[in-house]
Design a protein around this ligand. Structure first.
Ligand code: GAL
Length: 428
């Protein structure tokens, strides 16, 4: 049985919101009901933000939830493993066994479509009216989570995937100017060679999903935004020569990475840059939260720039929260979605998470300089969808891409086989 915990002080505004929600949804938040059903206090929130800076982001959201809904109790259903590498399979088993959490994290875009097609999540468009969310999010984002007029989740953030993070002291040690700009992967290779000479790791990376993350940014750099988009709608030939060139670049970049990569997750790879063991790391901007958590500031301690060849393009992903079919505590889940969608929730969560609010009206005045730059880029760049983070393809496709990538980077397949397997993964 889940335990209860001390309730926080009840503010007048939060009380009004909570009462309004309980009466609209016809539920009760009676704390004496301690075991499932639709009216208990406990709300199980399933994510993969289990530790470190990701947990700090979740904690920030939970504290807003606690103050907006003091009669409810957050229950942490987090499953460790970056990018949901362990969480997504476990979630699927739970959903298929009829053991849905009250709400779970899912990426806006193709990944969400998986759950919609399997009838595992509910239409929450009435909550958009109830919580006044319809005009709070960019229309384009609403489009990505809408199917046949129904909306299936509440987005919590916007992350950018195509970012290089670097340690300026390591660059200087290699005789490189930390302010240098690299227009292409070729330009960047010259810098990686210089770092290699010093004995440090030029490019830190971790387990398979981070390699797929690197791969997507190299495809974007090499093909450009239009051809990259064509990879997902069939208009770019996966077996063509431009993809071969990109895969050759990927292979070359992988040769500059740390050999212990397959046993690491993203925080370890980013930590190598923080600790000065590595010069560069390609990672989504959840890394910004790791630099902040380490007490570092940019540009003294770390620098960032778009993956060479991708300036002006924002490789996008958005975490969002759902209302599963069979959620034991629907009213509690709706309250969580209310907090996720609120301006206050978005400001607190994103400041700690390194991302930017999906809402356009959240207060971002105290966000970091990196985050301010991301807000600007989100408003002006060409937006493309992330492969490694569920925006571009369904989970089944991503799993096949990941298997092919792992085979290639562990030496179990050659480049031609890799390319053929990627083509088969995406084209079905
Ligand atoms: C992404 C997720 C981010 C971050 C990252 C690393 O898929 O959208 O919020 O958690 O994985 O775990």
């Amino acid at each position: 049985m889940r335990s209860k915990r001390t309730l926080l002080a009840l503010g007048a505004g939060a009380a009004a919101l909570t009462l309004g929600l309980a009466s609209c949804s016809g539920g009760s938040t009676d704390e004496s009901n301690d075991g499932g059903g639709s009216s208990g206090p406990e709300v199980e929130v399933f994510t993969w933000w289990a530790a470190g800076s990701e947990k700090a982001g979740l904690d920030a959201l939970v504290s807003v939830f606690d103050s907006q809904h003091p009669d409810l109790e957050f229950v942490n259903g987090a499953v460790a493993g970056g990018a949901g590498s362990a969480a997504k399979d476990l979630l699927q088993s739970r959903l298929q066994a009829g053991d849905a959490p009250d709400t779970f994290q899912a990426h806006a875009g193709a990944e969400l479509q998986d759950y919609i097609d399997a009838a595992q999540i509910q239409d929450v468009s009435d909550l958009y009216d109830e919580f006044g969310l319809t005009d709070a999010f960019p229309a384009d984002l609403i489009d990505r989570i809408t199917v046949d007029g129904a909306i299936y989740s509440v987005p919590s953030n916007i992350h950018r995937a195509n970012v290089v993070w670097a340690n300026p002291a390591v660059l200087e040690e290699a005789g490189l100017d930390p302010e240098a700009e690299y227009d292409s992967i070729d330009d960047w290779i010259v810098a990686l060679d210089a770092v290699q000479e010093t004995g440090k790791t030029p490019l830190s990376i971790a387990t398979t999903w981070t390699q797929v993350h690197l791969l997507e940014t190299v495809l974007l750099s090499s093909l450009g935004a239009e051809e990259y988009n064509g990879l997902w709608d069939g208009s770019t030939d996966w077996e063509g020569s431009s993809v071969t060139t990109a895969l050759e670049e990927f292979e070359l970049l992988m040769s500059y990475t740390n050999s212990d990569r397959d046993g690491l997750d993203w925080p370890d790879a980013t930590q190598q840059v923080i600790d000065g063991q590595a010069a560069f790391n390609v990672m989504g901007d959840w890394a910004e939260a790791a630099f902040a958590e380490a007490g570092l500031s940019s540009p003294t301690d770390y620098i960032y720039f778009p993956v060479p060849g991708t300036a002006g393009v924002f490789d996008f992903l958005a975490d969002s929260f759902t209302l599963p079919v069979g959620a034991p505590n629907e009213d509690g889940a709706k309250a969580w979605l209310e907090t996720v969608g609120s301006a206050e929730g978005q400001a607190a969560f994103n400041k700690a998470k390194g991302s930017i609010p999906a809402r356009t009206d959240a207060d971002t005045s105290d966000f970091s300089p990196y985050q301010q730059s991301a807000i600007e880029a989100w408003g002006s760049d060409v937006i493309v969808s992330s492969l490694a983070h569920g925006a571009a393809t369904p989970v089944a496709t991503l799993n096949k891409v990941s298997d092919a990538t792992s085979k290639f980077t562990t030496g179990a397949s050659d480049l031609a086989t890799f390319q053929a397997e990627l083509a088969a993964a995406v084209n079905g």
